[in-house]
Design a protein around this ligand. Structure first.
Ligand code: TXA
Ligand code: MG
Length: 351
């Protein structure tokens, strides 16, 4: 068996990161190693995006299928220009308004980008993250950094260094611990190679906000309708795989607040009779049942998003068998939150 690597976790100030710590991480990236770091969305697992053998390590460590392309992170426009064939006007509009920030653009890739980074596609997904640790790391290493979320494939994305450690201890040399991430769900991925841009993955920037800036955009078909099945093929290849799943079974209950609450209470009582350890994730402070762990998800979309993956992972820390989640509204960032929950869920119930 391959000997485990010792994983070092270094605490770093996410506003003003220590030069020496970034230098250490940057040396690892430049020598073809993998480093985990915070971004404003979730923690990333980074490597030199221009080096095939470094990028190959990411797929291996995550157990990620090789047709699922990575997002490339940049810290300046000059690097972006080298990675893509062209920047259409809509893309410029998004960049001016939202970068650095949680939105990823799919553009036609240039020749310097290896195929392994883009999962064999002729397009590249690029974003400029809004976190000083990763920005400093990109700048110091002088390289674009390819980084998927720093979890084992299929698990909820990591929003704390502890989550990265839980999944990747012994597999990578360094985790930069910048505390809890600000947004909590991943960036929006939008295909800018179409006449009308298409959102492939809803995320930190809502469709409403994008349309305020550049006019009409579409959701990809697979994101719409009642059948948001996990196995449906999406143009964003990553979306077809099982995702965001804790060890516990997830049951999502959607419907008007009171009806959903009653259904959750009924299910809880039944599951308790079967001796299952149940946890409820809800936005209703009034939902109370004895002897069951209740995880209050928060009031605003921002808070719910920030706590979402941590809530799912915490259930595993508490050896929960079944998580009952109360659905929320499909508007603004709620759309992205529901997208994650539907993918995490083994069963969805509409009442
Ligand atoms: O917030 C984020 O985006 C985080 C942080 C670390 O930046 N990263 C992240 O990466 O979520 P990952 O690898 O977990 O998800 C990347 C998504 C996948 O759904 C993938 O299929 C899609 O982006 N993607 C990447 N390149 C693409 C391309 N050329 N065309 C279409 N979709 C692409
Ligand atoms: Mg991911």
């Amino acid at each position: 068996m391959k000997k485990a690597i010792k994983t070092e976790i270094i605490r770093v100030n996410s506003k003003r990161p220590d030069y020496g710590i970034i230098e250490k991480a940057s040396k690892l990236i430049c020598s073809g190693e993998i480093v985990a770091f915070p971004t404003e969305t979730v923690y990333g697992l980074g490597a030199n995006a221009l080096d095939s053998s470094s990028v190959t390590k990411i797929y291996k460590i995550k157990g990620r299928p090789s047709d699922n392309p990575l997002i490339v992170h940049v810290a300046d426009m000059d690097t972006l220009k080298k990675l893509v064939m062209e920047i259409p006007p809509g893309a410029k509009g998004i960049i001016n308004k939202f970068w650095p920030g949680p939105i990823t653009l799919v553009l036609k890739k240039s020749e310097i980008v290896p195929h392994i980074t883009t999962g064999g596609l002729s397009t590249i997904a690029v974003r400029m993250p809004r976190n000083n640790v990763v920005l400093a790391l990109i700048k110091m290493s002088g390289l674009p950094i390819a980084a998927p979320s720093a979890n084992i494939s299929g698990r909820p994305s990591p929003t704390k260094a502890k989550h990265v450690k839980d999944d990747l201890n012994g597999k990578i040399k360094l985790i930069l611990d910048g505390g809890s991430t600000e947004i909590g769900i991943e960036s929006t991925v939008i295909d800018m190679t179409q006449d009308t841009p298409v959102i492939l993955r809803p995320g930190g920037i809502s469709k409403e906000l994008i349309e305020d800036e550049i006019g009409k955009v579409h959701f990809h078909n697979s994101l719409l309708g009642s059948d948001l099945s996990k196995n449906k093929i999406n143009k964003s290849p990553g979306m077809k795989y099982r995702h965001y799943s804790p060890n516990a079974q997830v049951i999502l209950v959607e419907g008007p607040t009171n009806t959903a609450k009653n259904k959750i209470i009924e299910l809880t009582q039944r599951l308790k009779r079967e001796n299952k350890k149940v946890c409820i994730m809800t936005t209703s402070k009034s939902l109370k049942i004895n002897a069951v762990k209740i995880q209050y998800m928060g009031k605003t979309f921002d808070t719910i998003a920030r706590n979402l993956f941590a809530n799912l992972r915490e259930a595993d820390d508490n050896n929960i068998d079944i998580i009952l989640v109360q659905g929320i509204q499909y508007k603004k960032t709620g759309f992205a939150i529901m997208n994650r929950l539907r993918k995490a869920a083994n069963t969805s119930i509409r009442v």
